[in-house]
Design a protein around this ligand. Sequence first.
Ligand code: FAD
Length: 333
Amino acid sequence: MSFIWTIAEQHDGELKAVSFELLARGRALADALDTRLASVLIGAEVSEAQLQELVVRGADEVYYIEDRRLAEFVCESWSNTLATLVRQYQPAVILAAATSTGRTLMPHLAVKLNAGLTADCTELAIEAGTDNLLQTRPAIGGNIMATIKTPDNRPQMATVRPRSTVPLPRDPQRAGKIIRVPADEAEVETRVRVLGCRTDAEDFVNLEEAEVVVAGGKGMKRAENFALLRDLAAQLDAMVGASRDAVDRGWIGYPHQIGLSGKTISPKLYIGAGISGSIQHLAGIKTAETIVSVNRDPDAPLHSIADFAIVGDLFEVVPELTRRLKALKAAET
Ligand SMILES: Cc1cc2nc3c(=O)[nH]c(=O)nc-3n(C[C@H](O)[C@H](O)[C@H](O)COP(=O)(O)OP(=O)(O)OC[C@H]3O[C@@H](n4cnc5c(N)ncnc54)[C@H](O)[C@@H]3O)c2cc1C
């Protein structure tokens, strides 16, 4: 019996990177408990090679529930299907990603299973002696880290922020079992009909996957000034992010928010302009490789963690960066 499960995610038959991040988390827990790790995938037309990739990245077993009607995420039918599988195999732990799919699915599933659920965990561990899952997440505005456990109910369920873990390296020698689970007619039946998916909408800003992010805060002063950041972003093939203050003022949409109550990003390069660097904002950029801060206040907290701190007026510095990048590109061609 597998005791640790991860819920893999796919789009159009392609596994999402977060599926491998969850396996890294799950592997550590399964090894600590000396038990097996399974990944559950729901969808349609996922190739054998993709299923095998879950094994190569750490799973001992893969449960693949395939049905054309399950290709797109529909909470009701996915949750029904998963609940049946959980009742059958009784895993001790289920980890899902804190993506919009995971955040919607897991509460629904938790209610069905009468289980607890800790959202947005940053640390997971096994408690010595009890084998309970220790689920740690920021609480009270990010000022403390709270560790939560569920000693009485099973499964223990948690969501984990995308990009908060590095996937395990591929191990093509790993062997595992692919178990194809037929979908139950009654469970797949749903009152929801998917008419299509909009991937052009603002909600789909995929900041988590961006290699370069240029973000603006309250120092940007008004919505129109974000055009300066978009110009810079265009030179760097970057996406535009923001602090909560900028989002709350309506200068840019919520999907751009970085931080504790926004997105966790892990780009190679993050440039923050007019962002002070509150603890809640920093929670979202902890794993960025290189941090550049542009702020006229030399004591801004973002400066102190930045690899490059530019003390100056962003309305001079940002256009100057854009100008120099343009000049560099022109010189290269
Ligand atoms: C529960 C909770 C969750 C939260 N979640 C988030 C979150 O997810 N993300 C987040 O960002 N915040 C979050 N916050 C809010 C957070 O506490 C801060 O209020 C917010 O991050 C501040 O945004 P800011 O840096 O843009 O603004 P400020 O802190 O006001 O900083 C603006 C900065 O701009 C600089 N500046 C001004 N003019 C210029 C100029 N011309 N040139 C250069 N620099 C200039 C100033 O020196 C200042 O440092 C959360 C708060 C709570 C309580």
